[in-house]
Design a protein around this ligand. Structure first.
Ligand code: ZN
Length: 72
């Protein structure tokens, strides 16, 4: 696994998010899940540059969408 950013505080994650992030996978919820009522998470490998351990694409989205809030 490449060197990833440190995890945020444990309280920032729900159990499922924690599992994804700590194992190096993107925990972003996909907007429209295939299964109604079930959260579908991205699951792509975490980007080494992402403070949230998201994949490159989701990390770029977050930086673009709200740069002031990024990393907070
Ligand atoms: Zn992602």
């Amino acid at each position: 696994m490449p060197e990833l950013q440190p995890m945020l505080a444990r309280s920032r994650y729900c159990d499922e998010e924690w599992e994804y992030a700590s194992s190096g996978s993107c925990d972003r919820e996909l907007e429209c899940g295939i299964y109604p009522g079930r959260i579908v998470r991205c699951g792509q490998p975490s980007s080494p540059n992402s403070f949230y351990r998201w994949c490159d694409e989701h990390d770029r989205d977050a930086r673009d969408e709200n740069p002031a809030a990024y990393g907070k």
